[in-house]
Structure formats: C-alpha cells, structure tokens
Design a protein around this ligand. Structure first.
Ligand code: AGP
Length: 595
C-alpha cells in the first residue's frame, strides 16, 4: 500500500510528481505530499486530501529534484502530520516510504535521546532522522546507505538531501522501479505510473540501493556497485490513461475482449510451460491454489474445472488463512494467483507452500513482482496495468489463464480442445454484445441503487462469479452484498429474504438448471425482488424474474466469463448511480502489502 515517486532532471519536479502521484493513487489515497529540493532548503507540502486538491493549493516552485507520496495509513492515523514526505530537524533530509518498519521504537528512542524531535506517529519518520544523524560522520551517500541497512521490515524508500543534487532510493520487500530518461531519472512504485515519460526501466531487487543524478545511476547490489539492467516495456501494455472513459473501471472492463484474445494468442507458450511443469513433477497429481479477494474467487474456478475435466483433485485456499500443515507430495503443485504479485498474505502462503515441498507456480499480472520472483514457474497474464481499485480485467485474465491451463493440459483430447477453442474464440465478440446491450444493466443498476442489501446466488461453476459479484457490489457501490451457492439459501440466509433484499441469480444452463429454477421459485415465494442474469429466450426465467439481464449463448462451461462481465458492469453502474468514487472506494487500496 502507498505509492511513492521521485524525479531528478531538467523538468519542473512538482509537475512531474503530481502527475505520477495521480497514477499511483490506486495504492492509497487518504493523504499525499511532495518534497522539493530548493536553493534555500527542502520544501515539503502535504495534507489529508487527494492529489489534485493538493496540486491546486500548491504554488509552483522552481525545483528539478523531488519526491512524492500517496498514503494508505498503516502506522499512525491519516492526518496531515502523518502524511509523507517526512523530514528531519530543519528539513535537511526528506523521505517517502512504502511499507512497514519492524522494531522502530528502540531506534526512535535512541534518536530522541540524541536530540531529534519527531513530528508524527509514523515508523517512517525515523529514516530522515537516521540519515541526518549518520551525516554527522559521513557523506550523504554513505549516510543514506547506512540508514537503509539499519532499518528492518518492508520498505521502498526515496530520499532527498539538502544541497545534494541527487535522488536516493532503496527497497526490501516492496516494489520500486527507476524510469530512465535522457538527462533525467524517474522513480515510482510501478512502471505504469511512468509510462507517459519513458519505456526504459530498472526494476530494483531486494536490498538494492541507488544514487541517481540526471545523467547517472549508481546501483549497489549487496553493497557492491553493479551495472544496472535496463528493460524495455511495450508502451501499449504499460498504458494507464483514461482515453476518454469517465472511470478506469469502465475502461478496464472494456479491455476485456482484448484480454481474451491475448490469452488465446499465448496458449502455445502456456502449453510449453505446462509441459515443463508436468515433466518436473512427473505428472500433476494434486493442485492447491492460493489467493486473496477477487483473485481467490478466480482461483475457485480451478476447484471446479481441474477435477471435472482433468480428474486432478484441487483445493482452493485463502492466502490469509493458509495453514501449511501438509507436506507437498510428489506431483503436487501450488498455484498462487495475484494480479499485483505483491499481496502480503498470498506471498506468505506461497512461500510457506514452497518451504513445505510444493512446486510453486505464480499467475500474476506483474512480471517482476515479488510473487513472480518467489515462484518456480511464472505465468504473466497480459491484462495491462489496472488502475481502478476494483479488479475487473485482471480477474477475467486470471480465469482465462486457468481455462487455458485446462485446455493446454496434455490429457485433454484433441477433439475436445478444438471444440473448446472454437467457443473460446467467440467470447470477445460476445462480450462486445454485452457492451452493446448495456442499457438493461444500467436500468437494473438504477433499481438496485436504492437497496441496502442484495444476495447473489448461483450453482456450480458460476458460484465463484456470485461471490465476485457480491464483492464488487460491496466494494464500489457500498451495498451489502453476499454471494451464496443457491442450494445453501435455505440453510440460513432465507431468514433475510423479503421485499427489501433483492436476489440476483446467475442462471447456468447446465445440469444445475432445474435445481436453480426451484431455488428461484422459493425466493419469489418469500417476496424478494428477483433479478436474473440468463441467456436470451428463456421463458421460464423471464416469467419468474422481475428483471432479466440477458447474455449471449455460449457453452455452459464458459458461461462464467460472460456472467463475470455482467456482474462487474452491474456494480459499476450502481456505484455511478449512487455518485460514489468508483475507482477509489473508501478505506481500500489496490495493493495490499500488509498481513
Ligand atoms: C478486488 O476488487 C479487490 N480490490 C481485492 O479483493 C483484490 O482482488 C485482492 O486484494 C487481491 O489482490 P491481488 O490480486 O493483487 O493479490
């Protein structure tokens, strides 16, 4: 959580920093700030507001070096004093930090005993004071390096020092990337925040520190100066602009047809990776998935698909609840799924599984993420950067990747594969059809916006989509939504049903259809308003439901993908109707780097 940025070069640093911070706000947005090196010292401005409000208050400053931060409070409440940057006495050193420091209290007490005065409740504030203390006996370069070697915990840090035309950075356990320009360098928590400025990036590894000037990058790995490796990123895959859409969430949903096409294009590469895994494991005999939030709901798909189609027993575990009690046996594969690849709970579970003898595959949207680096095998979903806090296209990309794993598995017959591929290839057009018929979703959203609670139900493969639909509803429309396996309703949740609690049913036209219709009749008998997401021309459903949102016909096994798009749009338009801040819902951050 928290986004950090930095700039050194020939442009006005304040303008660049505000621009980058706006792209990093998805990482936290309870307060923000920037610090700029000026001829007469370091100027810090910060407040408990959004970046554009801070920018409006700020009077332009002629400075070419600065750092910036957007916060999701962990240590210390969201107040102006706790907002970053934090500075040392007399503002000689300023620091921005993403992460949490362990055992900082003794260090803080030691600094207080040495005469340092603290202004905030944060762990971060010890860093500028440590640097300043070190500078009493050494150069600024060494002082920063020593301070970053002293602190413990997870951090990505950028620092500036008065009278030094340099930008200092370092990291352990949190992401940090340097963007390389011509006579300028940028720093950010992720590369997409810098996509407008450069496509050349240096991804820092844990324990790396670097000293940046406009024309040089000195990288230290394990204390030794090392030649930095510059990676070129495809601009299209790093694009984080709105391109005329009112919200990133809508833009990202509209990218979903492209995500399916990209997944199909990569199928041969995935088959090659799977063949390697299969060979290394002597055949996959058991799968354990590890993930959190929407990624967990995506992972639930594998629990249905792999046993049904491949006969491989599969267990889906929440990263935050994983008890690593069982040892991995020969042939067991752990698949950790995370769009950011930085979710602390998922990484912890993945590392525990690995330590217990599981081979670890990561499915992530961020190639150089911590999760990717911890894994034996990595599959990168090419959904492109996702800015909206509510995950949409990345969830679809994870589900598409899991379908692809099934399709790529050598045990699937050629005939079955070709048949499934034909259906898969139709999905992008069918999703576009859902976009064309969005009016019915908008009108149901207007109706839904007046309720306080809603229940999603489904059976079988669409059950994970019911859970995801309810999460999306909570997350951005602030309606209390619950997802249930339809058969479970009568085991308790029935007590809630009535005119005030609408039920949204995802209808699967498969072997579960008849039982689901029975469940819908039971719902209607309790007078709950019924909204159905169903295929066109289903008279039984249109007679039963108060509202029907239709989806194009596909093979039942692939219906979760189309239904996913509908539940995402329904949550989006409900939130819009309520006037909520769709992309930045209250109390949330996109990347959850704390347990
Ligand atoms: C989804 O809309 C949420 N923002 C959240 O549940 C998210 O899926 C979860 O935090 C996991 O994130 P990850 O995929 O980056 O690991």
């Amino acid at each position: 959580m928290c986004g950090i940025t930095g700039y050194i070069g020939y442009k006005n640093a304040d303008k660049v920093l505000f621009d980058c911070l706006k792209r990093l706000e998805y990482r936290g947005y309870d307060s923000c700030g920037i610090a700029l090196v000026q001829s007469d010292g370091i100027k810090v401005i910060k407040d408990t507001c959004r970046v554009k409000e801070l920018e409006a208050k700020h009077k332009k400053v002629n400075s070419k070096i600065g750092i910036g931060h957007t916060r999701w409070a962990t240590c210390g409440e969201p107040t102006a004093a706790n907002a970053h940057p934090h500075s040392s006495c007399g503002d000689k050193v300023a620091v921005v930090h993403n992460g949490t420091l362990d055992q900082f209290i003794p260090l803080k007490e030691d600094l207080i005993n040495k005469g340092h005065v603290f202004k905030s409740e944060t762990d971060t504030e010890i860093i500028p004071h440590l640097i300043e203390e070190n500078m009493k006996t050494m150069s600024a370069d060494d002082a920063v390096k020593k301070a970053l070697g002293t602190i413990q915990g997870a951090f990505a840090v950028a620092a500036i020092v008065q009278n030094e035309n340099k930008l200092y950075v370092g990291k352990v356990g949190c992401p940090l990337v340097i963007g390389v320009g011509d006579s300028e360098c940028y720093v950010a928590s992720d590369s997409s925040a810098l996509s407008k400025y450069t496509n050349r990036f240096i991804y820092l590894k844990d324990h790396d520190t670097a000293v940046l000037t406009p024309d040089s990058i000195k990288l230290f790995r394990n204390g030794k100066e090392t030649e930095p490796e510059i990676e070129l990123l495809d601009k299209n895959l790093n694009d984080a602009e709105l391109h005329g859409y009112p919200h990133f969430m809508l833009k990202e949903i509209h990218e979903e047809p492209r995500v399916i096409t990209t997944t199909i294009d990569d199928l041969d590469d995935l088959a090659t990776l799977l063949a390697t895994i299969d060979k290394d494991l002597g055949g996959i005999r058991m799968i354990k998935t590890l993930a959190c939030g929407s990624s967990y709901y995506a992972s639930l798909m594998m629990r249905y698909l792999a046993p049904q189609i491949l006969g491989i027993p599969t267990f889906a575990e929440l990263g935050s609840e994983y008890c690593s009690l069982t040892k991995g046996q020969k042939g067991t594969l752990a698949i950790a799924i995370s769009q950011s690849g930085e979710t602390a709970d998922t990484i912890k579970a993945a590392k525990a599984a690995k330590a217990n003898g599981y081979k670890l595959m990561a499915i992530t949207n961020v190639k150089n993420s911590q999760l990717a680096r911890a894994a034996d095998y990595v599959w990168t979903t090419k959904a492109g950067p996702e800015v909206s806090v509510a995950a949409t296209k990345t969830v679809l990309s994870q589900i598409a990747a899991l379908y692809s794993l099934i399709l790529a598995h050598p045990s699937l017959s050629k005939l079955n594969k070709e048949d499934a591929m034909d259906t898969f290839r139709k999905l992008p057009d069918q999703i576009n059809k859902i976009f064309e018929n969005v009016d019915s979703i908008i009108s149901v959203a207007s109706y839904l916006a007046d309720f306080k609670d809603a229940i999603y139900i489904a059976r079988g493969l669409n059950y994970p989509i019911a859970l995801e639909g309810a999460l999306k509803l909570k997350e951005i429309s602030y309606i209390h939504g619950e997802g249930y396996a339809a058969g479970e309703l009568k085991h308790g949740p029935f007590a809630l049903l009535g005119k005030e609690v609408p039920v949204i049913a995802i209808v699967s036209h498969d072997e579960n259809y008849d039982s689901l219709v029975t469940n819908l009749r039971e719902v209607k008998t309790r007078q709950a308003p019924l909204i159905a997401i169903s295929e066109e021309n289903d008279l039984t459903i249109s007679n039963l439901a108060d509202y029907v949102i239709t989806v194009p016909h596909t093979k039942p096994i692939l219906s979760p993908i189309l239904n996913l798009v509908v539940v995402q749009l329904l949550a989006y338009y409900t939130a819009v109707k309520k006037g909520n801040p769709v992309d930045f819902p209250r109390n949330l951050a996109k990347t959850v780097t704390v347990e």
